[in-house]
Design a binder for this molecule. Structure first.
Ligand code: IVH
Length: 447
């Protein structure tokens, strides 16, 4: 075996273990240990390795399953119709590639314009609602897509979920899918109350929502004021007069009494999809709930049927994600900048990663204390963050991916510019070069 093959194998198994642990923490324990974009990026790396060499795929790979096991405390229910996930596109090239594949499957000429529906990708928690003869009889979490947890009593407390459909002649059964969420303002209020009571804070609105949905006491859920946007419905096959398109489905859901996100749009072609995506990149900042992309769905339901599904996702839909603001990267070296006043700033240099639309390969570590706090080691995999105009920073390291016997990184004892001993005064965060003829200090003075 060549050393690259064994290196690739080791990397795949490392990623598998880390991603599996992260998924367990997230789905089973409700205590995430990894940011979503970081998970997505590492997942993508594993998927790419497996795609390049199928012998790397193992049954325990997170790419071979869709979700996690239900937790104890709620009973597990099998969904009448499974909840699928969506494939992701991270840029317009991937969107166009998806569209090209779709046209091919549908036997349409390249360049054919097919109407699509653009919806916001709400960063909440998927719910499956079951109605019988117009009455809500069951609500469940997504779980692994086949089976979820039965949380009807909790979901009944969500004001935007109709307990009875507003239809004269409701179907014998109806399955509705949508996203439960906690608005940003409510999230802030929940966390400040928790802080006042000395309780652990929720990391973000989605985790707060997931935690709330699994509360054993529905009164607590009611007080948290969740919201719900419906986006998909399934009717009995013999039901006539149902919607013929996704656009009509949204309207049908509204008529039946559901809250549908008002920002969906009917898009005539791919150019309109791209414009919709661009528009909401800015627009989402004005919303009072989190979105991490847009979902694009082929409008015509007959064409959706014709396109069908891959193993885990529909071919007729794709999630187009906004550029991640956080990503993992591999630390290459620790360098130091000597400022105009002799202050030493440690800087992490790492493998370039695309973040918030630019390629990032350096991030400040601020000072010696921050370096100590991060516990940076040579060859570490780090989590880097850059949001919009914000200066890139190292959020944390992933010690699980640390090479064996890696050396701990510290500030040097001597100035990288002039070699003189560095000084740190008691009670000061800054480490300095105090040699008044240090070239860095002289350059600074000149400037
Ligand atoms: S459609 C087969 N529409 O995104 C259709 N999903 O990454 C699958 N999501 O599990 C879902 N907003 O929880 C759809 N407008 C939207 C959505 C949406 C958020 C979530 C949903 C799904 C996940 C897939």
């Amino acid at each position: 075996m060549s050393s690259t093959t064994s290196g690739t194998q080791a990397r795949a198994s490392e990623l598998r273990d880390l991603l599996n642990r992260a998924a367990h923490a997230y789905y089973v324990l409700d205590a995430p240990v990894m940011e979503d974009p970081v998970y997505d990026r590492l997942y993508r790396e594993l998927l790419d390795l497996e795609n390049a060499d199928a012998s790397l795929i193992s049954a325990d790979s997170p790419t071979q399953r869709v979700g996690g096991a239900p937790a104890a405390g709620f009973s597990s229910v099998r969904h009448r119709i499974g909840l699928l996930s969506l494939d992701n596109a991270f840029n317009t090239d991937e969107l166009e590639a998806w569209y090209g594949r779709l046209l091919k499957v549908l036997d349409r000429e390249a360049g054919t314009a097919l109407p699509m529906v653009g919806e916001l990708k709400i960063d909440g928690n998927a719910l499956a609602l079951s109605y019988e003869n117009g009455v809500l009889v069951r609500a469940a979490t997504r779980g692994d897509g086949e089976q979820g947890e039965e949380i009807t009593a909790n979901v009944r407390t969500i004001a935007s979920v109709p307990l009875r459909l507003q239809l004269e002649n409701p179907p014998a059964w109806l399955e509705v899918r949508g996203e439960a969420l906690i608005p940003d303002g409510t999230f802030a209020a929940i966390n400040s109350e928790r802080q006042a009571r000395g309780e652990a804070l929720f990391a973000n609105p989605r985790n707060a929502c997931a935690g709330t949905l699994r509360q054993l006491d529905p009164k607590v859920v009611a007080a948290r004021k969740l919201d719900f946007f419906a986006y998909t419905l399934h009717l009995p096959p013999d039901w006539s007069g149902g919607p013929a398109s996704q656009w009509e489905s949204l309207d049908w859901l509204k008529q039946a009494g559901f809250k549908v996100n008002p920002n969906a749009a009917l898009l005539p072609d791919l150019a309109a999809v791209e414009a919709f995506f661009e528009h909401w990149d800015e627009g989402r900042r004005q919303l009072n709930y989190a979105t991490d992309g847009v979902v694009v769905k082929l409008n015509d339901l007959r064409l959706q049927d014709a396109a069908g599904f891959t193993q885990k996702a529909p071919r007729w839909a794709i999630a187009l994600k906004y550029p991640a603001e956080e990503a993992p990267s591999k630390l290459l070296r620790l360098s130091c900048q000597v400022g105009r006043t002799g202050v030493i700033t440690p800087v992490a240099e790492f493998e370039p990663v695309p973040l918030a639309g630019t390629s990032v390969s350096r991030a400040t570590l601020h000072n010696a204390d921050r370096l100590l706090e991060l516990d940076l080691h040579a060859g570490d995999t780090i989590v880097v963050r850059k949001a919009g105009e914000i200066i890139p920073e190292v959020v944390r390291v992933l010690p699980e991916l640390r090479p064996a016997a890696a050396e701990r990184l510290e500030l040097p004892h001597t100035c990288p510019e002039c070699g003189s001993e560095l000084v740190r005064e008691e009670g000061e965060a800054a480490t300095r070069c105090v040699n008044s003829s240090c070239p860095a200090i002289l350059r600074g003075a000149l400037r």
